[in-house]
Design a protein around this ligand. Structure first.
Ligand code: AMP
Length: 249
């Protein structure tokens, strides 16, 4: 079974986000970028499926600017077999990504597409669901436990009440949650080997997809600064402050 793993290049999760001075977006110049953490988990799961003999080939896919190749090299160094880069400098919204991934799925015919549950830059949590709808495939979202056998995936999903278990028939879309696994680090020999692995480049036009944004962001702003807290000595003092200073009781 071939597994497709879409991996997005995002601002590293350790970076403190800054809004551009003209409020048109988030500052990405001179900012450390990394693979979306949920996509690392998806890639790790694909590698574990291959180690178990369930998957035969892992194809990592990234859409975006030229530097996405670095993200793909990381996926390859972790253990993906080859990669596809959909090259575009356009602003990509989830529907455009889902349409491109559909076109790739039609060409590649994977048995499973493993995505992150969301990208930590725009927190959309839409691409997997849209892709499932476009392909007409089954989907399981927020998956934190996964077993594959007899053409079916048994998925534990993190929901408010706990873990819900559902079974989906392959080919399917699965979006992964934090607790599914702990991704491995790429070893130095594997980083070297990854340099020789194949990355095919395509454009959205070659895939027949119009990626023009359907939504317009008007402006971005920082959340209001929080005031420093104060430590109170007693409940009486707390109640007094809530009455006289905060005015909430
Ligand atoms: P989102 O719907 O934007 O929160 O993204 C959900 C998932 O879709 C991500 O975790 C990735 O697996 C995939 N994805 C979104 N955008 C891209 C992209 N530009 N390149 C590759 N994968 C993407």
């Amino acid at each position: 079974m071939k597994v497709l793993v879409p991996v997005k290049r995002v601002v590293d999760y350790n970076v403190k986000i800054r809004v551009k001075s003209d409020q048109s977006g988030v500052e990405t110049a001179n900012v450390k970028m990394s693979m979306n953490p949920f996509d690392e988990i998806a890639n790790e799961q694909a590698i574990r499926l291959k180690e178990k003999g369930t998957a035969t080939e892992i194809v990592a896919v990234s859409l975006g600017e030229q530097k996405c190749q670095e993200t793909l090299r990381t996926a390859l160094a972790m253990g993906a077999d080859r990669a596809i880069h959909v090259v575009t400098d356009a602003e990509l919204q989830p529907l455009a990504v889902a349409k491109c991934l559909k076109a790739i799925a039609v060409r590649e015919e994977p048995g499973l597409i493993l995505l992150g549950k969301q990208a930590i830059d725009d927190d959309s949590n839409q691409t997997g669901q849209m892709l499932a709808a476009l392909l007409g495939w089954a989907q399981a979202t927020f998956v934190s436990k996964l077993e594959i056998a007899d053409g079916k995936a048994t998925c534990g999903r993190e929901v408010d009440e706990g873990i819900e278990t559902i079974e989906v028939t392959l080919p399917a879309i699965i979006t992964v949650d934090l607790r599914l696994n702990e991704p491995r680090y790429a070893s130095l020999p594997n980083i070297m080997k990854a340099k020789k692995k194949q990355i095919d480049s395509l454009t959205p036009e070659e895939l027949g997809v119009d990626v023009a944004p359907r939504l317009v962001y008007t402006h971005f702003e920082e959340p209001p600064k929080r005031q420093a807290g104060v430590r109170v000595e007693s409940v009486d003092e707390l109640v007094g402050k809530l009455k006289s200073e905060a005015g909430v009781i």
